[in-house]
Write a protein of this length. Structure first.
Length: 335
């Protein structure tokens, strides 16, 4: 126990892994509770009813982007899936204040992708790397996907279409359809997921680095963040450990301040640096560095503040009634 406490105090990656594991377990619990909620209506009340967990709406980022545009244009907060927009705004706030910490501290997909690659490294003792030019070209894919969704929703979708989408049965059941994607996937979905799993097993965080448009969006919002990895050139021995530890393959040893939108603030580079106070999480306008615990608390505080704001402001629970769910959920396959 004493050894574990010592490691938690000094090992930033271990601390982050425990937080990642906690959020992953919480997501699995939310999914389990939501499946029980849906089964109650699919069985026409034959199974016990449980409360619907609003946190499952975190898996509706595209719909949240539609909700955001509607909110900005009309001033009305979507009442059907309000938690989707609350969590979307919370993750953007995290990017603005603590870089892409959502990706490396909270996102369950990022956690599973990271753990898959680590298991491969431990089993084989090898690191498979793509050629730098191929790596750079593939990274552009997630920005192309982001551009597609931003153009489609923010620029091409007129106000009547926004209203029609947010009032449609499809949007009302979008969380249920997402659940069915995981519980009853099609053959094509299974093939795609298995392919991504295999690629993530051999190539470090394949989905996050090359295909995730959500990560691309948060990376762009992280540019003005006051928190950045800083390096003291005077104390640096150029050992290259930070470069090898970085999951985004950034050249940390050649940068005085890491400004890349690919940085996820995972603190792996700081954790592996053999020199004291050479690498740290710097804050713009200050010569001091945030300690590992301070940054950890910042990440958790921003996330918790967003959720609490959603609850206290009344933008958390859906306005859909039991009667709505009883009518819509059994007709899921029609939408």
């Amino acid at each position: 126990m004493t050894r574990l406490l010592f490691q938690l105090r000094h090992n930033l990656v271990l601390r982050r892994n425990l937080i990642q594991g906690g959020f992953l377990c919480w997501c699995l619990y939310l999914g389990f509770e939501f499946s029980r909620f849906v089964n109650h209506y699919m069985s026409y009340g034959q199974t016990p009813r449980v409360e619907r967990p609003p946190g499952v709406e975190a898996f509706l980022p595209i719909g949240a982007l539609v909700s955001l545009k509607s909110w900005l244009l009309n001033g009305t907060f979507d009442p059907v899936h309000p938690a989707a927009l609350v969590l979307f705004l919370t993750f953007i706030a995290m990017a603005l204040l603590s870089r892409k910490s959502f990706c490396s501290w909270i996102c369950p997909v990022g956690t599973l992708s990271e753990w898959l690659w680590r298991s491969q490294e431990r089993l084989s003792g090898k690191r498979f790397r793509l050629w730098r030019r191929v790596d750079s070209a593939l990274r552009g894919l997630k920005y192309l996907l982001l551009f597609f969704f931003v153009k489609l929703i923010l620029f091409d979708m007129p106000a009547p279409a926004l209203k029609g989408f947010l009032s449609s049965p499809y949007w009302a059941l979008s969380d249920v359809k997402m659940l069915h994607f995981f519980t009853t996937p099609s053959l094509l979905s299974l093939i795609v997921v298995l392919l991504l799993v295999v690629l993530s097993f051999f190539i470090r965080q394949f989905w996050c680095r090359y295909l995730c448009p959500y990560g691309a969006l948060l990376g762009l919002f992280s540019w003005p963040s006051p928190c950045r990895i800083t390096r003291d050139p005077a104390g640096c021995t150029s050992c290259g450990r930070c470069d090898r530890a970085c999951p985004a393959s950034l050249q940390v040893s050649r940068s005085q301040r890491v400004t890349s939108p690919e940085c996820t603030a995972c603190l792996s580079c700081i954790n592996t640096c053999p020199e004291e106070k050479v690498l740290g999480m710097g804050v713009s306008g200050s010569r001091k560095q945030l300690s590992g615990w301070s940054f950890t608390l910042l990440v958790l505080a921003v996330f918790a503040s967003g959720v609490v704001w959603g609850m206290l402001s009344g933008h958390w629970h859906s306005t859909l009634s039991d009667r709505d769910y009883l009518q819509l959920i059994p007709l899921l396959n029609r939408f």
